[in-house]
Design a protein around this ligand. Structure first.
Ligand code: NAD
Length: 359
């Protein structure tokens, strides 16, 4: 392969994925295609922006004309697709933005790949013999497409889809489209569905960076409902490494769940953050617990997500490199060392969104 397009590469996960691909593939040009919405920030890639195998192209996946220009320029061998509207709360207030980007944008990309690549519909479900795999559409998705779990059990790759929010429904639709293009046109594809990510460069509308920012500034820590919502958490760099490994080693037509075997109730997670941050900030133990503030629940809130990532471990030997406590410590250190990044992204439009959401 000579050219790989990574969409959404200026976002939280995308920037770590771009870095992983750029560093590990010096002979391949990595094209970061991103519209730079509120969530896209080229500051995330400052350390690699001058690498000879990295280029940035500003383009909107909802605009086929803009995508075509990039495809004509680079004739990509593969697409790793992360560009999306990604925040559940925003999908509740503005579902159409999610349908436009996540559903139509994915379809626009698939159509261009279909036009630019030589496909073979004989290979049903996009399952190409390895030696014939010249192209790949690798779609990055979420465990939220599976809906909500009860007290026990895990999401498997075979769990039926049951999305509950406009965000997860739009991601589910995009997953179905990718598999449909594989089945119908012989598009070589892979899908992976990952649990909640955390780590450096996470936009502070999401729980962990929001709480880090508010603990620093001694502002309330908003927690939905009774705080018992349970999520499986994965350090973003482990996700980026999993994506790179799946891209290289997985067979086409496959789906992989990626997760940390690492479930936390929101309230316990926030208390762990407080424990670590109070110590790092030289505050008395438990000092910031007074900031915990239970807020009105999100409509349609899924109770529990938990991923079973056994298939990925068995097939490719992947497992997370850090525990949650270690990953959290690295994350807190990053935010404390990059206060300017935090200040830049929390000014302007974000302030307006934040005030509307929580005041
Ligand atoms: P993010 O919101 O931080 O970044 C999204 C990026 O996509 C931004 O750089 C933004 O500018 C870009 N983008 C948005 N609309 C675009 C458009 N129309 N055209 C081109 N670029 C556009 O998101 P993230 O948290 O990094 O998530 C990346 C992907 O991973 C998403 O597809 C998301 O569904 C998936 N995912 C996220 C998580 C998580 O915990 N954050 C977990 C599993 C899967």
């Amino acid at each position: 392969m000579k050219n790989i397009i990574i969409t959404g590469g200026a976002g939280f996960i995308g920037s770590h994925v771009v870095r992983e691909f750029v560093k590990n593939n010096p002979d391949i040009t990595i094209i970061n295609l991103d519209a730079l919405t509120y969530a896209g920030n080229l500051e995330n890639l400052k350390d690699i922006e001058n690498e000879p195998n990295y280029v940035f192209e500003k383009a909107d996946i909802t605009r086929p004309d803009e995508l075509r220009t990039v495809f004509e320029k680079y004739n990509p061998d593969a697409v790793v697709h992360l560009a999306a509207e990604s925040h559940v709360d925003r999908s509740i207030t503005d579902p159409m933005a999610f349908i436009n980007t996540n559903v139509n944008g994915t379809a626009n990309l698939l159509n261009l790949c279909k036009e630019f690549w030589t496909l073979n519909p004989d290979h049903t479900h996009g399952r190409f013999p390895d030696e014939q795999r010249k192209n790949l559409f690798y779609h990055i998705s979420t465990d939220e497409v599976y809906g909500s779990l009860g007290e026990t059990g895990f999401f498997l790759e075979t769990t039926p889809y049951d999305p509950q929010s406009p965000y997860s429904a739009s991601k589910a639709a995009s997953d179905h489209l990718v598999r449909a293009y594989g089945n119908t046109y012989g598009m070589p594809f892979i899908v992976s569905n990952c649990s909640n990510n955390y780590g450096p460069n996470h936009f502070p509308e999401k729980l962990i960076p929001l709480c880090i920012s508010n603990i620093i500034n001694e502002k309330p820590l908003p927690i939905y409902g009774d705080g018992k919502y349970t999520r499986d958490w994965l350090f973003v760099i482990d996700h980026a490494k999993a994506i790179h490994q799946i891209f290289n080693d997985a067979k086409t037509g496959e789906t992989y769940n990626i997760g940390g075997f690492n479930e936390w109730q929101n309230i316990d997670l926030v208390k762990e953050l407080i424990r670590q941050m109070d110590a790092k900030l030289g505050r008395p133990a438990g000092y910031s617990e007074k900031l915990i503030s239970f807020v009105k629940d999100r409509p349609g809130h899924d109770k529990r997500y938990a991923i079973d990532a056994t298939k990925l471990n068995k097939d490719l030997g992947w497992k997370p490199s850090v525990t949650f406590e270690e990953g959290l410590a690295k994350t807190i250190d990053w935010y404390l060392e990059n206060k300017e990044w935090l200040e830049n992204v929390t000014s302007g439009d974000y302030q307006k969104y934040y005030e509307k959401q929580y005041n």
